[in-house]
Each structure stands twice: as structure tokens, then as C-alpha cells.
Write a protein that binds this ligand. Structure first.
Ligand code: GUN
Length: 294
């Protein structure tokens, strides 16, 4: 391996540390996050547990609403509206995916956009698309951008390739890189000359959900590789292993800097959730936002 390892766990620790220090200075009520989980999806349960722990460690109020799989849309929308009106709650996160019978877009767009700490509401998506700095930015691309900025490389004019076109990662990531004056290409499952396009990237962000798809010869020598993938695969010994969308061993021989999985983007996503919650709290309470809160 010749690439510099981008330590997301350490970056996330720094972000969480300064958020916790700031929250400790607040004399009145603390920032509050409500997380809504519908059903029993095991991966979602793990994510929700980790978010809850992080919120509590930062000294914030954590509210969890676990609803049964067969919850009606009316009941779920009713809960969201109740949380919109709740003065103790600054951020609302409805864990995705929702069971099939529920309309996720409708549920998300029922969240008060000023409490939409996931940044998924159509108003926030629109603000990101037009480069409005008041947008609440989705946590994963936000974390990727913070890690890129921490590397200290100039972003303006760099060729960035974003693999994946989801509303949660790919599209907002592309918009954020564009607002940093990168030249941005989005590639996806129907793209021609995928490897060749990736090889042109100074910054390659992989968010496709395909285990170890990006191999070393897709990477431009010296490029920065950000791996958003979290895939559970079975090893030949029959054990499960967590891998990204990038084949780390080969890619890290070519890249200039690379995020590992686990320990890269994942921890930053949670840190950015706390940061978004602190931001919405400050706006609601009229508290001056700390200068590190961009
Ligand atoms: N499911 C997977 N990632 C996320 C996320 O960032 N937010 C929510 N709400 N659900 C998710």
C-alpha cells in the first residue's frame, strides 16, 4: 500500500469531540434528535442503535420511536407531524428503507424542512442543487466533503467522478463537488467505458453498493478515492466480512489517498448527523453557530 489512509474514525472523533464540548457549554435545553424506525430490518436496527449512542455521547437528547412493520401511513405521518410541532426536537430522522406499503417520499416531505437533519426533503435537495448554503446537507456526502477538505488538496478544477446516482449520496455528492468548482462526472450502471472514465478521476467517489467493484487499474495514480460502500460478503472460510465498493488492496497501491471500510466514510456519516442536529438547534434557538460549523 502506498496511498495515505484517510482515517474517518479519527476525523469523526474530532468532530464529535468539538460538538460535545459545545453542547456542554449550553445552559438551557440541549439539542434533540428523534429517530423513527419502522419494522425490524436488522441493518437499520444497528444503524439506529449507533446513532442513538452517538447522540447521547454528545450530550444531546435522543428520542427513539420504534414502530411495528404494519404501521399505517396515516399513523407514521401523524407521528412526523407531532415531532414537527415538538419544541424539544430539533432534528427528525426516519430510517430508510421503509416497508413497501409506505411512501418514503411522502413521509420525508412531511418532515419540517428545518428539522430535516438527513437533508432528504425536496426543499433541501433543491437548495443543494442550486448551491444555497442554507441547505441541510445529507450526512454521507457532507462527511465525504469534510474528509476531502481535511486532506488540504485544492478541489477547484479537479476532475471528480461520482459513481452512483442515488438521491442520498450520488446526486448531492455531485452537487457539492460542483459547488467546490470540481469538474464532475456521474457514472452509473448504464455508463459506457466505466473503467476508462474512472481512470480520469483525480477524485473518485464510489457509491454503487457493489462489493469491491473498483479495482486498482480503474484508479488514476495519485487519485483520492472515497469509498462509500458498506457490503457484507462471505469469505471462502464462510465468515462474513465488511467491504466497500472499492477493492482496497489493489486500489491502495495506486491511489494517493484512500478511505478504508470500515473506519472511513461510515463514522463520518454519524458525526455529520450530530453536526446537522446542532445546526438546526442553533437556528431554532437563535444561538450563534460556532465558526467550525460550516
Ligand atoms: N438508511 C441508510 N442510510 C441512511 C441515512 O443516512 N439516513 C436514513 N434516514 N436512512 C438511511
Amino acid at each position: 500500500m502506498s496511498a495515505k489512509l484517510i482515517d474517518g474514525k479519527a476525523s469523526a472523533g474530532r468532530v464529535r469531540g468539538r460538538i460535545g464540548d459545545f453542547v456542554a457549554t449550553l445552559s438551557g435545553r440541549k439539542p434533540g434528535l428523534a429517530v423513527v424506525l419502522v419494522g425490524q430490518d436488522p441493518a437499520s436496527q444497528v444503524y439506529v442503535r449507533n446513532k442513538k449512542r452517538a447522540v447521547e455521547e454528545a450530550g444531546m437528547l435522543s428520542r427513539e420511536h420504534q414502530l411495528p412493520e404494519n404501521t399505517s401511513e396515516k399513523d407514521l405521518l401523524g407521528l412526523v407531524q407531532q415531532l414537527n410541532a415538538d419544541p424539544a426536537i430539533d432534528g427528525i430522522l426516519v430510517q430508510l428503507p421503509l416497508p413497501e406499503h409506505l411512501n418514503a417520499d411522502l413521509v420525508i416531505d412531511t418532515i419540517d424542512p428545518s428539522k430535516d437533519v438527513d437533508g432528504f426533503h425536496i426543499i433541501n435537495a433543491g437548495k443543494i442543487a442550486v448551491g444555497d448554503p442554507s441547505a441541510l446537507v445529507p450526512c454521507t456526502p457532507y462527511g465525504c466533503l469534510v474528509m476531502l477538505n481535511e486532506l488540504g488538496h485544492k478541489l477547484a478544477g479537479q476532475d471528480a467522478v461520482v459513481m452512483g446516482r442515488s438521491n442520498i449520496v450520488g446526486k448531492p455528492m455531485a452537487s457539492l463537488l460542483l459547488s467546490q468548482s470540481c469538474t464532475v462526472t456521474i457514472v452509473h450502471s448504464r455508463t459506457k467505458n466505466l473503467a476508462e472514465t474512472c481512470r480520469r478521476a483525480d477524485i473518485l467517489v464510489a457509491a454503487v453498493g457493489r462489493p469491491e467493484m473498483v479495482i486498482g487499474n480503474w484508479v488514476k495514480p495519485g487519485a483520492t478515492v472515497i469509498d462509500v460502500g458498506i457490503n457484507r460478503i462471505e469469505t471462502p472460510e464462510g465468515k462474513t466480512k465488511l467491504v466497500g465498493d472499492v477493492h482496497f488492496e489493489s486500489a491502495s497501491k495506486v491511489a494517493g489517498a484512500i478511505t478504508p471500510v470500515p473506519g472511513g466514510v461510515g463514522p463520518m456519516t454519524i458525526a455529520m448527523l450530530l453536526q446537522n442536529t446542532l445546526r438546526t438547534f442553533c437556528l431554532r434557538e437563535g444561538v450563534a453557530t460556532p465558526d467550525w460549523l460550516i
